[in-house]
Design a protein around this ligand. Sequence first.
Ligand code: KIV
Ligand code: ZN
Length: 564
Amino acid sequence: MLKNPAAKYRAFPPVRLSDRTWPDAVLAKPPVWCSVDLRDGNQALIEPMDIPRKLRMFETLVKIGFKEIEVGFPSASQVEFDFLRKLIEEDRIPADVTIQVLTQAREPLIRRTFESLQGARRVIVHLYNATAPVMRKVVLGLDEDGIVDLATSQARLFRELAAQQPETDWVFQYSPEMFSGTELAFAKRVVDAVTAVWQPTPQRKCIVNLPSTVEHSTPNIFADMIEWMHRHLARRDSIVLSVHPHNDRGTGTAAGEFAVMAGADRLEGCLFGNGERTGNLDLVNVALNLYSQGVDPGLDFSDIDEIRRTVEHCNQIPVHPRHPYVGDLVYTSFSGSHQDAIKKAFAARKEGDVWDMPYLPLDPKDLGRSYEAVIRVNSQSGKGGISYLLEAEYQLELPRRLQIEFSQVVQGVMDASGKELSAQDLWDVFEREYGLKTTAVPQHQVLEEQRTAEGGSIVALAAQVKIGGRAFGVRGTGNGPIDAFVEGLGRAIGESIRVLDYHEHAIGSGADARAVAYLELRVGDRTLFGVGMDSNIVAASLKAIASGVQRARAHQKETTWQTN
Ligand code: KIV
Ligand code: ZN
């Protein structure tokens, strides 16, 4: 790179528009959407779509709700021509959808374009020629007058050819290609000359499309350019003002939104931002930005993953995992503090509340996404994410101190493997750590229950216990079955056991319902949790005690445990 980039590159000149109004505008309704996936998007593919793929893309666009779809450049190739004929002859264009086709301002191409449109019900025919100084000088070899002559002569040809096919309802569209690099006064001159030929009216408007063919400036400057055109164009009341932002600086979405705030009525772009080079404006992004502000975009992305799969199939380009609204990772939080906040916000949220969720600008469910991916666990995660996944997938409501204890266990596993853990992996770790398969209390029986003078009771209990592969019997007494079991088990293993805290809840319902007990225990000098599950609540608690004892033993390998 150059030490002095100014020796090679110039700053884009700002527009003198001190009374600009667009910064105060609020987007309260959607623009007219036009998808150019089948034209701009298609021409940018390594392998352009074949007819089956084009058809699939067209049908997807229709299903999403696009009413204006640029379906191709019929004079460019036989496939493009044939696709158009197929749509028209097989009557595949719904009555409320208008197809659009592009042609360069060259007579043979325009004639071929109108030929491809025989029998169509309604069409937007889109004429373009380059207007920027670099194109005038280097590519076309024309001065300003020459460009105006070119555009107006071909605009006249449009009128003539359209008049020869009166069965079609024609809408004319003109793009000064490279508007983004064209002097504003000259852009106005060309556009005014073209609309003077077409003579649109407020009832029969034409479309003037202003492309940032190459995005050269910050989006505020593009917005100034659009506001300037919006204010200065002749016949503005007879024009649908359209913009066609590309994304060379990565600000295509902002440019499109600002342009609508600045007076544009219509947006051209592609699904997920496909298109030449860095792509066109991402229509999904803009539509869902509106949606997340409470504005119905009039486009349906209720099953965004299905749309993404189709677009990936048609374009043969994968969508990036971080792509706004659709990427695999965009609703996922790995960071512990994010997870904690999301978990709390989900718990506090009531059905019908306004969406106000940390780290989630939009409810993934609205796009057909589940909450499963919202929280994923890796080495950055904390107890919030871990307990969220165990609750969401396995209905375990871990008490807070157990969350902290278990997150340290998970951290150890993660540090060793360095890998992300799925909900299933977490369950496996939980099951292993709390001995859900290796500890058991296969039988327990209350032998005797006596009332005390104070109104309490004394229970004698016998139980069979399996801890760490060893089975033995326990007999104890206490003021209830748990107390009696603790006393008997403590004596059996020669350790003091105390129950410090107790939580339980049900999992499932009806005949399948089970109880989960989480007991915080003091075993010898260790404080830890045990977990037990059983259809019987007392059995679940006894298992939780056995689980805690097994864990204490596992953590004190050097101690030789005796069973008395
Ligand atoms: O980017 C562009 O300038 C175009 C025009 C043909 C509209 O795609
Ligand atoms: Zn383009």
